[in-house]
Design a protein around this ligand. Structure first.
Ligand SMILES: *Cc1c(COP(=O)(O)O)cnc(C)c1O
Length: 378
């Protein structure tokens, strides 16, 4: 049996008519860029995540950059260029998709990496405090794989030091912790609608959410070259606009998201059950009080590369998210990190393996994948 990581065609087939109608309707209404369909999606996503405001943007990456620029962190929003000694700093996890560190770098701020909690793979709040300096402006936690980072602890540290929080919730729309949802804890939260995310557009799009009306208004200026209109530019923003066709398509899919999340959670539970007690394999842990939405279902194995090859020989796809810590990326060499600085991140980068998961994966495909892992481990 072939088991792909994600079967996007299967997701589109049942929605095809509705999606085509949404495109046709979006084309009828001007402007097609950043138009009424985007305003509607902003309201819907804000409501879905328990936030007051949504600001549609061109991608999750641009949402992170736009948030940093709008908070005037770094030096890309029009102020004087910082020297190395007075460069703003933003603390984030060493174990995440590149975009998190890339956005901080592009804002002109210095990314400061911190090691992870090896159980959840999320930033370890106990290590944040030691990374704070007089130049620290913000913390950017990532809700990796769809589980919210320890936000009680992170918010407490941020409050005490007067730091902003920008949640990288790209993988975690709909995820919860206690009473709140991903994106609703920080100064701003950022979602991605990249096709492989739980709410995937057919192209690139993203959304910034916030509870702060002034910030929402300023974010909307930054999305459009830092202008409040009349070709007058108070700041240097960017072209971070979302196009209305993506907005309309995401609205169609959003109606199904809650059901899709439940399906993912059920699929994760089947994996957990089928892999329980499997020698050499650690299944994901959902901490109490969290609602994990399993954008990825990630196991650990000390023989990860062999296991991956074995699954591939059996027609089963898998992926490594992520094979290298951000501190080891060549483009960040000038930050001065070296191998061994973040041992838990480095260990995870050698052990993690993402298995096929989606709302439409069949029980048989999950069974087949779990059996192959058991056969390898026996
Ligand atoms: C996908 C992702 C992003 C970037 O989102 P895009 O929409 O692809 O730009 C940022 N951070 C994390 C953790 C992601 O998984």
């Amino acid at each position: 049996m072939k088991v792909p990581l994600l079967d996007i065609d299967k997701q589109y087939a049942p929605l095809k008519e509705e999606l085509l109608q949404a495109i046709a309707a979006a084309l009828e209404v001007q402007p097609v860029c950043n138009g009424p369909a985007v305003r509607q999606l902003e309201r819907e996503i804000a409501e879905y995540s328990g936030c007051q405001f949504g600001v549609g943007v061109s991608s999750g990456t641009d949402g992170l950059l736009c948030s940093l620029m709008t908070l005037e962190i770094g030096d890309s929003s029009g102020g004087p260029r910082a020297t190395e000694a007075d460069r703003d700093e933003v603390i984030t996890t060493a174990f995440t998709f590149f975009a998190t560190g890339g956005a901080i770098w592009r804002s002109g701020a210095r990314p400061v990496f911190v090691d992870i909690d090896p159980v959840t793979f999320n930033i370890d709040p106990a290590r944040i405090e030691a990374a704070i300096t007089p130049r620290t402006r913000a913390i950017m936690p990532v809700h990796l794989y769809g589980q919210v980072a320890d936000m009680d602890a992170i918010c407490e540290i941020a409050d005490r030091h007067g730091l902003a929080i920008i949640e990288d919730a790209a993988q975690a729309i709909g995820a919860g912790q206690g009473e709140r949802k991903a994106g609703a804890f920080g100064t701003a939260g950022v979602f991605s609608f990249y096709p492989t995310k739980n709410l995937g557009a057919p192209g690139d799009a993203g959304m910034i959410v916030t509870q702060d009306s002034e910030l929402a208004e300023k974010l909307a200026f930054f999305r459009n070259h830092g202008s409040a209109g009349s070709y007058l530019h108070t700041w240097v923003g960017g072209n971070f606009r979302m196009d209305s066709i993506q907005g309309a398509l995401i609205s169609v899919k959003l109606k199904h998201l809650a059901a899709w999340e439940n399906a993912r959670r059920e699929h994760a539970a089947i994996y957990n059950e089928r892999l329980a007690g499997c020698e050499g394999v650690t299944t994901p842990v959902e901490l109490q009080g969290n609602r994990h939405v399993y954008n990825q279902y990630v196991i650990r194995s000390e023989r990860r590369d062999e296991l991956r090859a074995y699954l591939s020989d059996n027609g089963i796809a898998s992926a490594m998210f992520y094979p290298l810590g951000l501190h080891q990326q060549p483009c960040f060499a000038s930050l001065g990190y070296k191998e061994g600085d973040f041992p838990l991140t480095e260990q995870a980068s050698h052990e993690v393996l993402a298995l096929p998961i989606s709302h439409e994966i069949t029980e048989e495909q999950i069974r087949c994948t779990a059996e192959a892992i058991r056969a390898f481990s026996a």
